[in-house]
Write a protein that binds this ligand. Structure first.
Ligand code: FES
Length: 69
């Protein structure tokens, strides 16, 4: 899942990581190129480990919201 830090969702689950902060602290995922961040956020939100390829417009829509105004 995270190519930069060679980490799979299975490893995150096994470690019991339930927040993005924990994942970044323990594995560094999302701190490299950042390509895995949308998938990490979905993993934290849903607990799922398989996702379709996320489109750029979909990812942009997720970054907008009340807190980013
Ligand atoms: S793929 Fe996870 S930081 Fe690059």
């Amino acid at each position: 899942m995270c190519v930069c830090h060679r980490t799979s969702f299975a490893e995150l689950k096994e470690a019991g990581c339930t927040s993005l902060e924990e994942i970044q602290a323990q594995f560094g995922c999302g701190t490299g190129c950042g390509s895995c961040l949308p998938y990490l956020k979905l993993y934290v939100e849903t607990g799922e480990t398989a996702f379709p390829v996320l489109s750029a417009p979909w990812m942009a829509s997720r970054q907008k919201g009340p807190s980013s105004a």
